[in-house]
Design a protein around this ligand. Sequence first.
Ligand SMILES: NC(=O)c1ccc[n+]([C@@H]2O[C@H](COP(=O)([O-])OP(=O)(O)OC[C@H]3O[C@@H](n4cnc5c(N)ncnc54)[C@H](O)[C@@H]3O)[C@@H](O)[C@H]2O)c1
Length: 236
Amino acid sequence: MVGKLDGRVALISGAGNGIGRATAELFAAEGARVAGVDLEGAEVFVCDVSNSAAVAATVAGVVGRFGRLDIVMSNAAFFPPTRPVTELDDALWERTFAVNVHAAFYLAKHAIPHMRQGGSIVLTASQMAKVGSKGDVAYCASKGALITMAKALALEVADAGIRVNTLSPGGTATEHMAANWGGMEAAEHAWGKPMHPLGRLGRPVEMARAALFLASDDSSFMTGADLVVDGGYTAR
Ligand SMILES: NC(=O)c1ccc[n+]([C@@H]2O[C@H](COP(=O)([O-])OP(=O)(O)OC[C@H]3O[C@@H](n4cnc5c(N)ncnc54)[C@H](O)[C@@H]3O)[C@@H](O)[C@H]2O)c1
């Protein structure tokens, strides 16, 4: 069987859990050799992606081990607590931008020189990049930044055969979602059903399939775009 990513090497940050883990599994099933990057874990490259030097070393380590780099998915995120902006500590704002925005810049900056055969960069944004959410100013702003970052990056690297897009998931049934709401059933009830016209949270594999589309040649004429997979959250 021919996989959609046969022969490709993919680096995925935040691969230890949730959407990143589902994407790593799907990419591997489609023939990619996958370098998972996370804060900790047995089968991943351990790296805090908010640190430029650490990202540079990790990218070099991945290329050293696999010999090439074709796909980068900047997917790790920091989720600050929901609270009014007047009560948001500066440190929480700064951490949100460090993990959600600076890391995408560091990954692109350090990976692009290694993507010699062209490739695809996917930045995981959010439905919160497109609409506001009360109490989530830092998270919304950080995700919005990724959409314009992808457009600007796309222009810079188009001639090198590298495409850059964002993926904007809606609420997705990950472990941290369950932890936030005191269980998945509560998350579905309080957030999935009322906020998503399709009546539920997304599944990590549904985001992984969209990431596969962006990473593979199936989206070969797509760059600087945002792929919204949000169960209709932003359709209202
Ligand atoms: N789950 C949702 O409802 C949802 C909705 C929209 C967008 N997203 C976005 O999807 C992406 C994945 O979300 P998820 O729900 O799967 O998250 P998750 O919390 O399940 O997994 C994120 C992973 O990133 C890792 N990580 C966090 N900070 C890191 C750092 N500094 N360096 C390296 N790794 C780090 C964590 O250890 C974790 O394994 C995020 O960008 C998130 O903003 C999620």
